[in-house]
Design a protein around this ligand. Structure first.
Ligand SMILES: [Zn+2]
Length: 256
């Protein structure tokens, strides 16, 4: 998603609407992964499009980094809902994708999640440990690679990581944190998943199913319209009535 212009109110009080674009280079037949990416980016787009903030700097997706992916990942939850599949997952003969196949896709998404969740968590902790350092000791400059390896091993030992699993990214090629601005923020992906799965669990638990217009309206008004104009936890508690709970995320990954 790209925001050419964020929504804002100008000096005359006019609500200047946003200009949001999603550009994708997709094959004619979408894989499950392509479908998820499309829903993901559309989630960001909705965040930008539905904004109702006063200032452009806190409008739409201009929120804290560990909050922004909640809305794109939240939108992914709709991709494999049977009612929605019937509207878009249709083959050339007009047949809707069989539920049996969808169940297999959903099961496959849970494959190896114990490993994946651990390597992600390990990378998040490693990132934080690097950013907790206030200085690099002089002896590190004698043999930097040995010192970096030693630091990483000590961090992994401290978190009790088993030898079969290493952090998702080793320090020397952990691009996200050293050159992409995710300094001490790599955990944001997993944290956003705690938030999006927890929020979606309200829709799943709703008596009239996930197509709950009233709840959707509350989601739009509490989160999407507010953007970064309020603290994420304040908005979250307003929507959920409580602080986040990681249970729904663990269930979605097949870990609970
Ligand atoms: Zn995203």
């Amino acid at each position: 998603m790209n925001n050419v212009r964020n929504q804002y109110y100008d000096a005359e009080g006019n609500n200047v609407r946003p200009i949001i674009v999603n550009v994708g280079n997709l094959p004619e037949y979408l894989s499950a992964d392509d479908v998820q990416t499309t829903f993901h980016e559309f989630g960001h787009a909705l965040h930008g499009l539905l904004a109702q903030s006063h200032y452009q700097s806190v409008s739409g997706t201009s929120v804290k980094r560990d909050f922004v992916e909640m809305f794109s990942q939240f939108n992914e939850n709709w991709a494999f809902q049977p009612e929605l599949l019937a509207r878009y997952a249709v083959n050339a003969e007009g047949q809707v994708i069989p539920q049996e196949l969808v169940s297999k896709i959903i099961s496959a998404l849970k494959f190896n999640q114990g490993f994946m969740t651990t390597e992600l968590t390990a990378a998040s902790i490693l990132d934080m440990k690097w950013h907790e350092l206030s200085a690099i000791p002089a002896e590190a400059y004698d043999d930097p690679s040995a010192w970096i390896d030693g630091f990483e091993t000590a961090v992994c030992d401290e978190m009790g990581l088993i030898s079969q699993i290493i952090p998702r990214y080793r320090t020397t090629y952990f691009n996200h944190i050293f050159s992409s601005g995710y300094c001490a923020g790599y955990y944001g992906y997993l944290w956003a998943e705690v938030l999006d799965k927890d929020a979606f669990s309200l829709f799943e638990a709703s008596p009239n199913g996930v197509w709950n217009l009233e709840l959707a309206k509350k989601f739009k008004e509490t989160f999407l319209e507010k953007g970064g104009s309020e603290e994420p936890m304040v908005l979250y508690k307003e929507f959920m009535g409580r602080e986040p709970d990681s249970d729904a995320m663990l269930r979605a990954r097949g870990l609970k």
